[in-house]
Design a protein. Sequence first.
Length: 171
Amino acid sequence: MLSNKPLLWIVVAVIVVAAASAGCARAMAKPTPRSPYLTLFAFNYSDRYLHDVRVDGKWMGGVSAYTNGGSVMGPLAPKHDKPLSIRVEWELSDRYDLTTNTYQTAGPREPRSAVVTVRQPYPPDPRTLLLHFYQDGHVEAELIDRSKDYWDSRREVLPKGHIANDGAARP
């Protein structure tokens, strides 16, 4: 009577080789690249302090009148060239007086919101989601490439007589 041991060993060897190959294939496979997180940044061209600015629910702080806000980590960069819309929420606060370079009380905060389509075409390696708040109340958004400095993307100059980042108390 022939023994089934050699056949059993062959089956075990085939299973071990198949399992090892599958493990190696998974280990060698390149992971799907994730989009990098964007930095949120904003320029404010209006005479009002923008309080409690949020982009798709992500808080980015306040934005000083005529100048800019700080930067925070934002959403993932889009992986496609399809139109991207974001929801921007903020509160209009005190008015900046250029003659005294101080904020003047403008009454209670006024909630505002807008759905903004991010300007296309998107750069190949986006780093910053840049918002532009205008005096008439509209907001624009664009993606800035990693190779560019977002400070160069300011669209309006500071008004004459404005003391940028003068340390005035914020509302």
